[in-house]
Design a protein around this ligand. Structure first.
Ligand code: ADP
Length: 179
């Protein structure tokens, strides 16, 4: 999918292998590592990533912080903290949209041209995957409309085919509405 100057794609795979300028980590508030994609990113980046994360002092839900990528192919990691799903009445949707918006704005301020996102909050944090996909796509679509030349590539990396199908459909909806 091409939106303005940006290639926007959905792939199935392991985000730690992504060669984009930055990969996004679905971290927790401490930024000190965890399971799921967070654990995979720390394992692949090596111990220097945790050392840098310790200097940051945590991150509020819905915001993002940037570190170097160390042993990863990506030069930077953008750590964002998705909301824990607790039924949808605690601002979870806006917080999740904030994760995507803040990550893209950090990337732009560092002049990074390509970025890969996992399906934030859809693992142990329990966000319904179909809603998470629509929120992710509409947040990225809004950022692209505001700033059409900021990125060359935005990639959603899903861990399984079912999530890929949901994210793919959500991206097509947003991208087609924009044409
Ligand atoms: P959260 O706590 O935000 O829910 P999780 O890491 O538990 O974060 O899961 C977020 C998503 O990342 C899930 O859909 C999970 O399947 C996926 N995931 C786990 N490992 C990887 C990986 N190496 N690459 C891409 N996605 C991954």
């Amino acid at each position: 999918m091409i939106v303005g100057a940006t290639r926007w794609e959905v792939v199935t795979g392991d985000i730690t292998r992504s060669t984009t300028d930055a990969i996004v980590n679905a971290a927790n508030n401490s930024l000190l590592g965890g399971g799921g994609v967070d654990g995979a990113i720390h394992r692949a980046a090596g111990p220097d990533l945790l050392a840098e994360c310790r200097t940051i002092g945590g991150c509020p839900t819905g915001e993002a912080r940037i570190t170097r990528g160390y042993d990863l192919p990506a030069r930077y990691v953008i750590h964002t903290v998705g909301p824990v799903w607790s039924g949808g009445g605690r601002g979870e949707r806006d917080l999740l949209a904030g994760c995507y918006a803040h990550s893209l704005s950090l990337a732009r301020h560092h002049a990074l041209r390509s970025i890969a996102f996992p399906a934030i909050s859809t693992g142990v944090y329990g966000f319904p995957k179909d809603q998470a996909a629509r929120i992710a796509a509409s947040a990225v679509g809004a950022a692209l409309r505001r700033d059409p030349d900021a990125f060359d590539l935005i990639r959603f990396v899903c861990f399984d085919e079912a999530a890929t199908a949901l994210f793919d459909a959500a991206v097509r909806d947003v991208a087609c509405t924009d044409q």
